[in-house]
Design a protein. Structure first.
Length: 294
């Protein structure tokens, strides 16, 4: 028997009010089973707060609460009972990014036989990074071009790895490199480990739960010749000093997860941390950057 789910969304000016509202929503009875607060990536300064409930919420209670924090009235919706992962699997076609061919198991019969191609099997899951989004695609294309230019990193790390598609690509192209995939989310780490196994790369990629470089193993292996970070503008800028500390001299970083209009701010932060921009590609509204450690 299916269970109805309800969502409620609002927007507020600034991180402080959004975090405070999210904390207040945790006190509801019955409590929501999911609450999130996220910056809207359009330079408006607005934050979105959303919650998911198993019972229809009382609009008056929610709107009285959000009014205390200067937010707009909640938009409440009934969420269809859909197996989204199965739906996405049906909709996703393989992605080609230079030598890389990213596919799901439902498209295994379409994998090219050309030995110069690098197939990567990634299943649609709750973790980010199937290759279809402009950010992941941009990172793969940037990496493909660097490989054509002759790079040969000995140590690679994918920060905020999600499905670990970028770490998988590095491990396939550079079989002798040390490759680490880390993510702040425990579920993403489990997904990454599953994808490592699916692609027959057990023992080749270490999957770690960590925020940025905050893990003993990441410090032990540092400095890195190549760093991937496909996250968001804010965390990318916050990580810039750490990137400078953990990237080898003449090492490279491939960054995405940012809108094209945000690229200059990210580049400025990395210039200050000792990097020089050497390549940029915009795919739709998204941007992928390649920078070199001075």
């Amino acid at each position: 028997m299916s269970q109805t789910t309800w969502s409620a969304l609002t927007t507020l000016p600034g991180e402080g009010p959004a975090r405070a509202l999210a904390a207040a929503l945790e006190q509801l009875d019955p409590p929501p089973y999911g609450i999130g607060a996220f910056e809207i990536e359009d330079n408006s300064g607005l934050w979105e707060v959303g919650l998911y409930l198993s019972d229809a919420p009382d609009p008056q209670v929610l709107n009285a609460l959000v009014a205390q924090f200067g937010g707009k009235p909640f938009v409440i919706s009934e969420v269809p009972d859909v197996d989204w992962v199965a739906h996405v699997r049906r909709e996703l076609a393989p992605v080609e990014a230079g030598r890389f061919f990213v596919y799901g198991s439902h498209d295994a019969d379409r994998v090219p036989s050309d030995p110069g191609r690098v197939p990567l099997q990634i299943e649609a899951t709750v973790a980010f990074g199937t290759g279809h989004h402009g950010t992941t695609l941009g990172c793969l294309r940037a990496f493909d071009r660097l490989v054509d230019q002759g790079i040969h990193p000995a140590k690679v790390v994918d920060i905020g790895a999600g499905t670990a598609v970028l770490a998988l690509a590095a491990a396939r192209v550079f079989p002798d490199a040390v490759v680490i995939a880390s993510d702040i989310d425990e579920v993403a780490v489990d997904v990454a480990e599953a994808n490592v196994a699916i692609n027959g790369l057990e023992g080749r990629i270490e999957c770690l739960e960590a925020a940025g470089f905050a893990h003993p193993r990441l410090h032990e292996v540092s400095p890195y010749d190549l760093i991937f970070a496909n996250i968001l503008k804010g965390p990318l800028i916050e990580l810039a000093p750490d990137m400078g500390q953990h990237c080898a001299k003449d090492g490279l970083v491939i960054l995405s997860g940012l809108l094209a209009v945000q690229a200059e701010a990210v580049v400025a932060a990395y210039n200050a941390a000792g990097f020089t921009l050497i390549a940029r590609e915009d795919i739709g509204e998204w941007s992928a950057l390649v920078l070199k450690r001075n």
